[in-house]
Design a protein. Structure first.
Length: 210
């Protein structure tokens, strides 16, 4: 099973080209950082309030084995807590400035993505990550689509991933056209209750000049 940020990156990458879909380019990094915080929350390392604050869970499990999760958790832990969720996202950005590459590298190590170099005349090569094994992404896509049909009973994990996918402008690639309005409405419903999704949406609006 892939983590929430890994699933989001897989949704955003073109399977054959290994590049980020243009629609998601500006929003993706913000959504990935939100997915990291959401993953830590789902695993019992963080707690958030609907009002917008985040803190460490008083009784967390053993530290996460994944490097990106451990580093993100440490970055949040260095804040004066409880902190605003936006501040936690900023802390993750400082600690993991190359989050896309970190996640893609971890997925490549597990054989889910491959790695290729694209020559650019007079410039450093681009590193792209075409799909190598699509099973994990297919499962994640199915779970997000199922979450749309679950209404108010949607689990926090899949509801958050659905909302973050919509925030990153990936809905058209995940859902049929006749479900896009429903996906947007469900994302709004999650954002009203989820401080992480709400902070991500605010950050995306700022970077995209809304």
């Amino acid at each position: 099973m892939v983590s929430m940020p890994e699933a989001l990156l897989l949704f955003a990458l073109h399977d054959d080209k290994g590049t980020v879909q243009p629609s998601a380019f500006l929003a993706l990094d913000h959504a990935l950082r939100g997915a990291l915080l959401s993953e830590l929350r789902c695993r019992g390392y963080l707690q958030t309030k609907a009002s917008g604050q985040v803190r460490l869970h008083p009784s967390p499990p053993a530290p996460p084995a994944e490097s990106v999760l451990a580093r993100a958790l440490a970055a949040v832990g260095e804040l004066e807590l409880p902190a605003e969720t936006g501040a936690a996202l900023d802390a993750v950005q400082r600690e993991l400035p190359n989050l896309r590459d970190d996640l893609a590298g971890a997925l490549a190590e597990r054989g889910i993505l491959s790695e290729a170099h694209v020559e650019r005349l007079g410039l450093p090569d681009d590193v792209v990550h075409p799909m190598s094994n699509g099973a994990a992404e297919s499962r994640a896509r199915s779970m997000v689509r199922d979450a749309l049909a679950q209404g108010d009973e949607v689990s926090p994990r899949w509801g958050s991933l659905l909302a973050l996918s919509v925030a990153a402008h990936l809905a058209a690639d995940l859902f049929p056209s006749d479900q896009l309005d429903l996906a947007a409405a469900r994302a709004d419903w999650v954002a009203e209750r989820d401080a992480v999704v709400r902070a991500v949406r605010t950050a995306i609006e700022l970077v995209e000049g809304w």
